[in-house]
Unconditional design. Structure first.
Length: 717
């Protein structure tokens, strides 16, 4: 359905009413600075007029100085952020993702010197890992609503970085999986950071590689549980993606600042599998699977910010491109000499994005305003091929026009946001915006349509005491489509696939969230979050007109989430240097199944997650050790003729030992999956549509991937 603009004023009334109810007088508060013993010290230390990020420090929160992290011996800003009680990095996962449409507003809870990181493809954790620890003057934890950066709410970390001479970091990562005899030898990163005059630069080369695999049986039975077939599978995979990045910051005359971000990556991904199949009534057979994907991607991003007419104007430009060459071949041969069967699916995908954005910030009536405009042009060009094996053992092409075509979207956004300090302990931020979008598709299902969609948010931050922060937000969201869902695709491994849908629309949702963070003095901290979303045009697999099944839109879906994070220091119990980190999350969702009309939870959704981590940095030594355990529960995926779950777990456990000074490096040994979690398969396939359709067969599998042994070496030069 097309969203009705008239829905916006109705919700806006509730936003205004909520703001009026919470706008109560509040008393003054102090900003706490935290030293090596987590005790409050003089808030003026390191904070002064003209200091980087001083406007963020004024927003009131906790300040973590380098002494707080001393016992962890951090190598970079990422190591430091991971040790802040009750805080976890979120958003900015790289590649844009479903949650980030264009550049838009800030989508991560980390700032550097009061500014959001401007790269879209580069993962936020990777960028933080390139900031040497000795350049971090302090880390400020503040409520995002109090800042003049639209899109931020809840706890935000502002990393204050100072310049310095030339310095470098390196990390070597290796991993071994004894069960599948897999080594990952060549993981790691090297980076160089420095300043020369007005220029700050960071150069980095990273390879986030991994090796994986699983071995074990799958049992196929009929609806009555009678065994039809046994499948013994061995599957091995590899992934390498060397990435080179360049980040430059240049202080121009006056207060102007310019940034240039360059990123280039090449990727290799592959899976080789062999499955022996045997059972009563048919000849033994062997299925060979060969999956390969190669490609490259690049991003060029630049921005410049300068004073203009009493405010500051920031201009941003970005060009991103990704090319992927994918191929999957599955061939089955028979022990009795019967003709082999099988096929191949291949596609060449080129995907790009070009963005221009302008942000103008100014202050009027004691309110920080930002007027922004963005133009984004997305494109996809896909050529797909399908082949089947003939009697002579040759792959012959099959007509498959629905897998090829192009998709483009031209989108224009405009938004006005304001951040106002209502009282010394109460702040309000609100944004009102609109996007205009035209999507065009070429190929066998050519189509074009235009839409306009309102967006915006309102958030309140309240600090009732020096140890408690509470924030709440109402947001109107528009999701990002995956253009590949417009076209058909085939999965030969499980004899499945999906059709294209040229009427697919991005989801829209009303999102309501609240977050509370309580510091517990020497005991640590506690953070509680709750969120509820009401969706329109939720994207799920749906039956398509004229038959078939593909990605489509469903109205009336909802989801809710409750999350708890706690850091408990054990020093008050006499265990100096030890802490426990706890995370617990419960998710609930509801949607009308497009195939059956029955109410169910989201397909493939995670419903429960719990993790417990213990770390002990032994006083007066370079040694640390610890352990972790986690539990995850996930729902199956629902299709018209199938219900299936393929997941790893549900329980993982591991331990580590670390020495922070081995010839000047930090050496860490990890042993994971000590409880023997496996890859679980639970799949029911129907002859006719659910829920009353006849069952064709049921698959149950339990494949082992074994323990995971890893070693990392971190150092500086």
């Amino acid at each position: 359905m097309t969203i009705k603009v008239s829905a916006w004023p109705r919700h806006a009334c509730w936003l205004a009413l909520g703001g009026a109810l919470l706008a109560a007088p509040a008393s003054a508060q102090d900003t706490a600075a935290i030293g090596s013993e987590a005790e409050p010290v003089d808030e003026a230390a390191g904070v002064g007029d003209g200091a980087p990020g001083a406007n963020v420090a004024d927003a009131a929160g906790d300040i973590y100085e380098p002494g707080f992290f001393e016992r962890f011996a951090p190598r970079n800003a990422l190591d430091m952020l991971r040790e802040i009680p009750g805080f976890s990095i979120s958003g900015g996962g790289g590649g844009g993702g479903d949650s980030q449409r264009g550049l838009g507003q800030a989508d991560t809870n980390v700032l550097v010197n009061g500014e959001r990181l401007s790269s879209k493809s580069d993962d936020i954790t990777a960028q933080l890992g390139r900031i040497p620890a000795d350049r971090v003057a302090r880390i400020e934890i503040v409520d995002g609503t109090r800042l003049d950066i639209p899109g931020l709410t809840g706890q935000v970390a502002n990393v204050i970085v100072v310049g310095g001479g030339l310095s470098g970091q390196f990390e070597y990562r290796t991993q071994y999986r004894p069960r599948t005899d897999r080594f990952a030898w060549y993981g790691g990163e090297v980076s160089l950071t420095g300043s020369t005059g007005p220029l700050d630069f960071t150069l980095a080369l990273d390879n986030p590689n991994r090796r994986f695999g699983a071995i074990g049986p799958t049992f196929v039975s009929d609806a009555d549980g009678v065994l039809l077939e046994t499948q013994q599978r061995e599957s091995f995979g590899a992934f390498d993606k060397p990435v080179g990045t360049v980040n430059l910051t240049y202080d121009l005359p006056g207060s102007a600042v310019a940034n240039l971000n360059l990123r280039y990556a090449q990727a290799w991904f592959g899976i080789d599998g062999q499955e022996k199949q045997f059972g009563p009534g048919f000849a033994d057979r062997v299925e060979i699977r060969d999956l390969k994907e190669t490609g490259y991607e690049y991003e060029i991003g630049a921005d410049v910010e300068f004073a203009l007419a009493g405010g500051r104007l920031k201009l941003i430009g970005l060009e991103r491109f990704d090319k992927e060459d994918f191929g999957e071949t599955v061939i089955t041969s028979f022990a009795d000499g019967s003709t082999a069967t099988g096929g191949r699916f291949a596609q060449l995908t080129k995907e790009g994005e070009r963005i221009g954005r302008a942000e103008y910030g100014f202050n009027v009536l004691d309110t920080d305003w930002q007027l922004s405009g963005e133009a984004a042009f997305n494109r996809l060009d896909n050529v797909a091929s399908l082949f089947t094996l003939d009697a002579a053992g040759e792959l012959q092409p099959v007509d498959f026009p629905q897998g090829s075509g192009g998709v483009t979207e031209d989108r224009y956004d405009i938004a006005l946001s304001g951040s106002h300090q209502i009282a010394e302990r109460l702040a309000l931020q609100a944004t009102l915006g609109m996007e205009f979008s035209t999507i065009s598709q070429t190929g066998s299902a050519a189509n074009q349509r235009s839409d306009r969609r309102p967006k915006g948010s309102a958030s309140l931050a309240w600090k009732p005491s020096n140890t408690l922060d509470i924030s709440g937000e109402i947001r109107r969201r528009v999701g990002q489509l995956s253009f590949g869902d417009f076209l058909a695709r085939v999965s030969l491994d499980d004899d499945n696939g999906r059709d294209g849908n040229n009427e697919l629309r991005p989801f829209q949702a009303w999102q309501y969230s609240v977050e509370a963070r309580k510091t517990l003095g020497p005991w640590g901290s506690l953070t509680l979050r709750a969120e509820h979303q009401q969706f329109e045009d939720f994207v799920d697999l749906v039956p398509l007109p004229g038959g078939g099944e593909g990605r489509g839109n469903v109205d009336g879906a909802t989801s809710s989430e409750i999350e708890l994070e706690a850091t408990i220091n054990l020093k008050p119990l006499g265990i100096d240097g030890a802490q426990i980190d706890v995370e617990a999350e419960a998710d609930f969702s509801s949607i009308e199944d497009p195939s059956t009309g029955l109410i169910r939870e989201f397909s493939g959704a995670r419903t429960r997650q719990f993790s417990l981590r213990y770390r002990h940095d032994i006083p007066a030594s370079d040694w640390a050790y610890g352990w972790d355990a986690s539990y995850t529960k996930r729902l199956p995926r629902f299709r018209q003729l199938e219900i299936g779950l393929q997941d790893e777990g549900p329980v993982f456990a591991g331990l580590f030992v670390e020495n922070k000074d081995v010839l000047g490096t930090t050496v860490r040994f990890n042993a994971n999956n000590l409880l023997g979690a496996t890859e679980r398969i639970d799949r029911t396939v129907f002859l006719t549509p659910r829920p009353d359709g006849d069952i064709a067969f049921i698959e149950r599998g339990d494949r082992e991937f074994g323990q995971i042994i890893s070693l990392s070496i971190n150092g500086n030069f």
